[in-house]
Design a protein. Structure first.
Length: 292
């Protein structure tokens, strides 16, 4: 397995002077995902949880829906100058009867660590149809629970403590219990890893769960959450306009700027409960798209 961190010498300059010291960097290496031996995509990622990453990627691209849809996942090829396996090529063999990816899933060239939809072979493949619509999910999450999630996710970011350069995604229950957290140089990779964990653990669709991300809420993250049946997506930073549109279309709750004791609920207000809510308020706001 590739290294999660890399040590480099840097010149540290401060107001008191300059000195050379070692520094830890978040590792970034390419991962080529193959399906049934055929190259499908290359993504720049932090090594680790690669099998989860591949499962999450295939789930959020609509290729698979259950862990039983994959018969085997194994590293192959990919050797360095000394003949050692780089663990940068992963082949996923689909179970018998599971159709291979459609042409629209294939990527042109590669996917960067910052964008999960760059290079789509067909633009109309960007907006996918989920098998696990979160629209009817009657989950309720209290404001008090939501305000605790950023701290809980930050405490789970072990590699971030060493490098300061990784995104994170955490999957929580409706009452704030952390189920899994993953880190990566790419936002979408961190999400794919944690959703892949959920798929392999037999938890998809993720009814009643909250997906918390350390950065902004982009279109591709909303799409990935919807593909796994996540009813609530929360981010510490801003959402994009298209992310809000897609969350509303999918019947999700989208929360941004979740910091300290404040947040913005952009759509899906009915799932967020406050101390001021009454039973009548909740009865008038069913968790359906038509309530917005």
């Amino acid at each position: 397995m590739g290294r999660v961190t890399v040590r480099r010498q840097v010149l540290r300059v401060t107001a008191t002077g300059a000195r050379t010291r070692p520094d830890s960097l978040a590792a970034e290496e390419p991962l080529e995902t193959r399906v049934n031996g055929r190259p499908l995509a290359v993504t720049m990622r932090t090594p680790g949880s690669d099998v989860e990453l591949a499962h999450g990627f295939l789930l959020t691209e609509g290729v698979i829906a259950h862990r039983e849809d994959v018969s085997i996942a194994r590293y192959c090829d990919g050797v360095d100058d000394e003949g050692r396996n780089t663990y940068n090529v992963l082949d996923i063999a689909l179970a018998e009867g599971v159709p291979p990816p459609e042409t629209g899933v294939e990527r042109n060239f590669y996917t960067t660590s910052s964008c999960g939809v760059c290079g789509k072979a067909a633009l109309d493949a960007v907006r996918l149809s989920t098998r696990f619509s979160p629209a009817a999910d009657e989950a309720r999450v209290s404001v008090d629970t939501l305000t605790r999630l950023p701290v809980a996710l930050r405490e789970a970011q072990r590699v971030f403590d060493a490098t300061g350069g990784l995104h994170a995604a955490g999957l929580f229950t409706g009452d704030g219990r952390l189920l899994a957290a993953r880190e990566d140089v790419g936002r979408h990779n961190a999400v794919d890893k944690v959703l892949g964990w959920a798929l392999l653990d037999g938890r998809v669709p993720l009814t009643g769960c909250v997906l918390m991300v350390s950065g902004r809420a982009s279109f591709e993250l909303v799409q990935k959450a919807a593909m796994a049946g996540v009813p609530v997506l929360a981010a510490v930073s801003a959402p994009s306009s298209l992310a809000v549109d897609l969350a509303e279309e999918q019947g999700m709750t989208l929360i941004g700027f979740l910091r300290g004791d404040s947040m913005n609920v952009y759509v899906g207000r009915e799932r967020v409960t406050t101390a001021h809510d009454t039973d009548a308020d909740r009865a008038e706001s069913p968790a359906t798209p038509s309530s917005r």
